[in-house]
Design a protein around this ligand. Structure first.
Ligand SMILES: Nc1ncnc2c1ncn2[C@@H]1O[C@H](COP(=O)(O)OP(=O)(O)OP(=O)(O)O)[C@@H](O)[C@H]1O
Ligand SMILES: [Mg+2]
Length: 302
């Protein structure tokens, strides 16, 4: 196995009963140290895939290597932390006491409990009963539990699901922090903005198939330049002569040019030289939403 990959699957497939083909020949690879976003609409097969990776369910066919081992192998599991099903904590025990129970079961030194409480910023509320925690706090305690073993790989299934905007923002910041350094984070999400904000690379899954795997930048792909100018028609004509009709489109009163951002200053010089007033000139990117729609046929729901 290559040392640079921490998760690798080949033809990974899951059929539930004789019916739904939930995951269809997925070949994904997650590199060590990255934050990898597993992106897909509802029902795409994200949870099913992650469950296979941690050995909660068996694939119908195909293989996976996770932290150097077959999913579910105790040696591999020792290096993998996960939050897939919402964690079962005791409501009448404090957050800290709950983690102590988990640490005990996992054979982890109790002093690690306070460390992970610090990481998820729950130390000041660790004495409170779990049952009184907000959804965001519960979720963070789940992450803390997943971190107890100081895992090389953290697998999180929709970690911001059900959180309010502030809770989501806190969780994203936490994931970014956790993903610093050598630790790898594999998280699923159906939120484009989220993946864009925190992930180095993404795998896009649709109807059980991995339709794309690349960096967020590569996924967004084509860069261009946006121009607002007066008079717009004259600017459009001039730029069409320079770059060709195919390179220009008009959107919301601005011109989108498929050219390299480095050409901005030349564009500015030419327009101004022709007596055209330039009010805005900047690089723009295709939105991830557009790309996602092209790949999955799904508009972003929430
Ligand atoms: N235990 C199960 N038995 C039968 N079908 C299942 C089971 N779990 C999931 N499925 C089906 O498998 C497909 C993939 O489901 P999965 O939960 O993996 O999707 P997901 O990408 O996690 O979706 P969501 O964003 O809603 O969490 C869906 O069609 C779902 O109905
Ligand atoms: Mg799911």
């Amino acid at each position: 196995m290559e040392n640079t990959t921490i998760v690798e699957t080949h033809g990974l497939t899951k059929r539930y009963g004789s019916g739904v083909l939930a995951v269809d020949s997925v070949a994904m690879s997650v590199r060590r140290g990255e934050v990898y976003g597993f992106l897909g609409p509802n029902g795409a097969g994200k949870t099913t895939t992650l469950r296979m990776l941690v050995g909660l369910i068996r694939p119908t066919s195909g293989t996976a290597t996770v932290a150097g081992h077959t999913p579910g192998d105790p040696h591999g599991l020792a290096r993998v932390g996960s939050l897939i099903e919402s964690s079962a904590f005791y409501p009448y025990l404090s957050g800290r006491a709950n983690l102590r129970v988990v640490a005990d079961l996992a054979g982890v030194d109790q002093k690690r409990v306070n460390e992970v409480l610090d990481v998820v910023e729950l130390s000041s509320r660790a004495h409170r009963k779990f049952g009184t925690y907000s959804t965001g706090m519960k979720q963070r305690l789940g992450v803390a539990a997943a971190l107890l073993k100081d895992p090389d790989l953290l697998i999180l299934d929709e970690p911001t699901n059900g959180l309010d905007p502030q809770g989501m923002a806190e969780m994203r910041r936490l994931i970014k922090d956790i993903g610093q350094g050598n630790r790898t984070v594999l998280l699923s999400s159906h939120l484009l903005g989220e993946v864009e904000q925190i992930c180095d690379r993404v795998g896009v899954i649709s109807n059980g198939k991995l339709v794309r795997e690349s960096t967020v930048q590569e996924l967004i792909g084509e860069e261009g330049v946006l121009v607002r100018a007066q008079p717009l028609d004259k600017a459009e004509q001039m730029l069409a002569t320079l770059f060709g009709n195919d390179a220009i489109s008009r959107q919301d009163g601005a011109l989108h040019l498929k050219v390299k951002p480095e050409q901005s200053s030349e564009i500015n010089r030419r327009l101004v030289g022709a007596g055209i007033g330039v009010s805005e000139l900047r690089p723009f990117e295709r939105s991830l939403e557009e790309v996602f729609f092209q790949l999955t046929g799904e508009r972003q729901g929430s």
